[in-house]
Ligand binder design. Structure first.
Ligand SMILES: *Cc1c(COP(=O)(O)O)cnc(C)c1O
Length: 500
C-alpha cells in the first residue's frame, strides 16, 4: 500500500485525527476514549460477485480481508489465513451450508471449540502477532476478555502458547453451560488464565472495559512493556473475518442452485454482542445481496425493542436462558451501527451513549430510526426455543443448538408475518453437543435429570450426529483453573497475574 492511501480506523467517540491503521487498531482493541474503531472510509469491493462464487474459503477470505486490513501485505494475510483455516476445521468448506426443509443453515461450528467464535479467533492471534512485528512492538500483548461461554474457550484455543502474548478470561460462574465451563477450565498453555466471577456477563464485560481503560494500571504495565488488547468482538480483528462467511454462504447457495446470482437472501442471526450480525451488515455494505438481517434474541430482548421502537433501554431484568452466549443486555457492537445512523458524528454518538449509561435509556430520532430498515428483530422464549429444536429434528431430521433455535424461531415467525419468498439462511452458531441438556429436554419433551457428559450420551442415543472428539476428550481432561473471584477483585487479580 502506498503511504497515505492506507485505510484508517477512527474511534466512534473521538476525533478523526487520532485514527490508526488496521494493524494498529487490532493491537489497540478498544479505543483509548472508550469508543470502537470503525473505518474512516468504508472500503469498496471491486471484484464482481460472480468472481467470488466458487473460491475456496481461504481465497475468499483474502479478497475480503485485504479490503479492510490493507496495511498488511498479501503475503502476510495469506500466511495468517493458511494458519487459521487448516485442518483444525473438520471440513474444507470451513463454513458449510446445510439445507433443512425450506431453510438453509450456515454451520459456523466446525472449528476446534465447536462454536462460531473459532472463525475469527483462529485468525486473530496471527493478525495480532503479525501486527506486533509490523509496528516494531517488542513487548507483550495481554488479551483481557469477558466471555458468556464461547469466546473464552475459542480465544484461549487461538492464543495458547502464542509467543509474546498472554490471555486472561473472565466468565460468569453461573452463566455458562457445564460443557462450556469444562472446555475453559481444562485449557492448556502456559500463557492462559481463566477466572469465574460472582456476577453476570455484563458485570464481566463492564469491568474488563474499565480495566482496559484504567490509565493507572496501563502505566504500571507499560513499565514492564505489557500492553492490553481485546479478543472480544470490539476488536476489528474479530469483526472483519466474520464478513467472509456471509459471502461463503452466498457462493454455496449460487453453486447448489438454491439462488441465481444477485438474488436477495435473508440472514437470521442469533445475536448477543451484535458482532456476528454487524459483520453481515458490513457484507451488505460491500454489495452482497442481503434483503434483510434478522436480529434474533432470547428473553434478553433489548435489541428487539430497539429495532421496533428506536428506544435503547437497559432498565430491565437480566435473564439466564438456555442460550447463554446471548445472555447480554448491552451489546457492544451496536455502537458501530449507532455511529452510522447518527451520521458518523462522534459528538452525537457520545451523547447518546452517555444518556444510555446514566439514564439507562436513550432514543433515536425518527430520521435516525429510518436508517435501521435493513434490520428486522424477533425474540424467542424458552418454550419456543425448545419447540424450534424439536420441530427441526422431527420435520427436517436436523439437530440444532439452543442459539440456532432462537434464530430458527425468529426466521419462522418472520416468514409467517411477511410471506417473504427470499431464501432464508439461518446462522448455526454452535454444535448441539455443546448444550446437551437443552437439546435433550427438547427431544424428549421433559426436563432431563442428566447433565454434562451424561446428557451428551443421552442425546447421542437419539440423534445420528456423532459426538465430536473435542467434546468426548474433555471428560478426561485435567482441570487447571478452579478459582472464582468477586467483581471487585478483577482488576487486582489481573495486576497480580501480570506482575508475578
Ligand atoms: C457468541 C455467540 C452468539 C452471539 O454472537 P454475537 O456476535 O455476540 O452477537 C450466538 N451463538 C453462539 C453459540 C455464540 O457463541
Amino acid at each position: 500500500m502506498v503511504y497515505g492511501m492506507t485505510l484508517q480506523y477512527r474511534s466512534t467517540r473521538g476525533n478523526e485525527s487520532n485514527s490508526l491503521t488496521a494493524s494498529q487498531a487490532i493491537l489497540q482493541g478498544l479505543a483509548p476514549d472508550g469508543g470502537l474503531y470503525v473505518p474512516v472510509i468504508f472500503p469498496k469491493l471491486t471484484t464482481p460477485l460472480k468472481d467470488l462464487v466458487g473460491l475456496s474459503y481461504q481465497d475468499l477470505a483474502l479478497q475480503i480481508l485485504k479490503l479492510f486490513l490493507d496495511d498488511y501485505t498479501e503475503a502476510e494475510l495469506k500466511a495468517c489465513i493458511t494458519a487459521a483455516y487448516g485442518d483444525q476445521f473438520d471440513t474444507n468448506l470451513i463454513t458449510p451450508v446445510h439445507q433443512a426443509g425450506n431453510v438453509n443453515y450456515l454451520e459456523l461450528y466446525h472449528g476446534p471449540t465447536l462454536a462460531f467464535k473459532d472463525i475469527a479467533l483462529q485468525l486473530l492471534p496471527h493478525l495480532m502477532t503479525t501486527a506486533m512485528t509490523k509496528n516494531n512492538y517488542d513487548g507483550q500483548i495481554t488479551i483481557l476478555t469477558a466471555t458468556s461461554g464461547d469466546t473464552g474457550k475459542a480465544a484461549m484455543a487461538g492464543f495458547a502458547d502464542v509467543p509474546n502474548t498472554r490471555i486472561i478470561i473472565f466468565y460468569p460462574k453461573d452463566g455458562v453451560s457445564a460443557i462450556q465451563k469444562q472446555q475453559m477450565v481444562t485449557q492448556t498453555g502456559d500463557n492462559v488464565n481463566v477466572l469465574g466471577i460472582d456476577g453476570n456477563f455484563d458485570d464481566a464485560q463492564r469491568n474488563v472495559k474499565a480495566i482496559l481503560n484504567d490509565s493507572a494500571i496501563q502505566a504500571q504495565l507499560a513499565t514492564q512493556n505489557i500492553q492490553f488488547s481485546s479478543a472480544n468482538s470490539i476488536n476489528i480483528g474479530r469483526l472483519i473475518p466474520q464478513i467472509v462467511y456471509y459471502f461463503a454462504a452466498y457462493g454455496q447457495l449460487v453453486q447448489n442452485k438454491t439462488i441465481a446470482l444477485n438474488d436477495e437472501v435473508v440472514f437470521s442471526v442469533p445475536t448477543g454482542n451484535f458482532g456476528d450480525i454487524l459483520a453481515g451488515w458490513y457484507a451488505k455494505k460491500l454489495g452482497l445481496p442481503i434483503k434483510r438481517l434478522l436480529c434474533a434474541s432470547n428473553e434478553n430482548n433489548i435489541l428487539t425493542d430497539f429495532f421496533h421502537t428506536g428506544q435503547y433501554n437497559k432498565k430491565r431484568a437480566f435473564h439466564v436462558t438456555s442460550s447463554p452466549s446471548m445472555d447480554i443486555l448491552v451489546s457492544s457492537n451496536l455502537e458501530r451501527l449507532l455511529f452510522e445512523v447518527l451520521d458518523e458524528d462522534p459528538t452525537a454518538l457520545s451523547a447518546f451513549m452517555q444518556e444510555f449509561e446514566t439514564a439507562g435509556s436513550a432514543t433515536l430520532s425518527t430520521t435516525a430510526k429510518t436508517k435501521l430498515a435493513d434490520f428486522v428483530a424477533y425474540d424467542t422464549d424458552q418454550a419456543q426455543t425448545l419447540a424450534a429444536i424439536r420441530q427441526t429434528q422431527t420435520q427436517a431430521n436436523y439437530t440444532i443448538d439452543p442459539h440456532t433455535a432462537v434464530a430458527t424461531h425468529g426466521a419462522m415467525a418472520y416468514l409467517k408475518d411477511t410471506k417473504d419468498t427470499a431464501p432464508m439462511v439461518i446462522l448455526s452458531t454452535a454444535n448441539p453437543y455443546k448444550f446437551p441438556e437443552t437439546v435433550l429436554w427438547a427431544l424428549t419433551a421433559h426436563k432431563p435429570l442428566e447433565s454434562g457428559f451424561e446428557a451428551i450420551q443421552a442425546v447421542s442415543n437419539v440423534i445420528s450426529l456423532p459426538v465430536p472428539k473435542n467434546i468426548s476428550h474433555l471428560k478426561r481432561a485435567k482441570v487447571r483453573f478452579d478459582q472464582t473471584i468477586s467483581v471487585a477483585q478483577m482488576a487486582p487479580t489481573v495486576l497480580n497475574i501480570l506482575t508475578h
